[in-house]
Design a protein. Structure first.
Length: 141
C-alpha cells in the first residue's frame, strides 16, 4: 500500500521573513566569526597623517573583518590590522597576525565610543609576528 504524503505546514509571513533575513545575513562567500579579538589598526588618513588606533574586532572571516574606529578613514583606505591571537591558540606565546587590506564600507555613528564602523577586505599578504617583532616597527620598503 502506497504511503500517503504528510501535509506540509503552510508557511506564514513570519516564517518567510525569518528565512529571508537569514539568507541576507549569510550571503557572503565566507563564514564570519563573531570574535572580539583585540587589534591595532595602522593607516594613513586622507590628509596624509599616519595613525595607530586600538580596537576590538566585531567579526572576522577569511576575506575580511569588521571593527570600529575614531579615525576618519575613507573607502579605499589601505589599512594594516594587527590582531593579538589568543594564547591558547599559540601554545602560550604572544603572537600577532598582521593583515593588510582596503576599506570597502563605512558605517557612521556605530554606537557608543567609536564614530565609524569599518569593513576591511583583506589582501593576500599576511604575517605572523612574535613578541620581539612587535617591539620594533617595520620599516617601509
Amino acid at each position: 500500500m502506497p504511503k500517503k504524503a504528510t501535509p506540509k505546514k503552510k508557511a506564514t509571513a513570519k516564517d518567510i521573513d525569518e528565512t529571508l533575513a537569514e539568507l541576507i545575513r549569510n550571503r557572503r562567500k565566507e563564514w564570519r566569526f563573531e570574535l572580539p579579538l583585540p587589534a591595532m589598526v595602522e593607516g594613513e588618513l586622507p590628509v596624509g597623517q599616519v595613525f595607530h588606533e586600538k580596537t576590538t574586532l566585531k567579526n572576522i572571516s577569511s576575506g575580511g573583518a569588521y571593527f570600529t574606529l575614531d579615525s576618519g578613514v575613507t573607502v579605499g583606505s589601505k589599512l594594516n590590522l594587527i590582531i593579538d591571537l589568543p594564547p591558547n591558540l599559540t601554545e602560550g606565546k604572544k603572537v600577532s597576525l598582521r593583515l593588510g587590506g582596503l576599506t570597502v564600507r563605512l558605517r557612521k555613528d556605530h554606537g557608543p565610543g567609536k564614530k565609524q564602523g569599518i569593513a576591511l577586505c583583506f589582501d593576500e599578504d599576511f604575517q605572523f609576528l612574535a613578541d620581539s617583532d612587535l617591539k620594533e616597527p617595520k620599516k617601509k620598503k
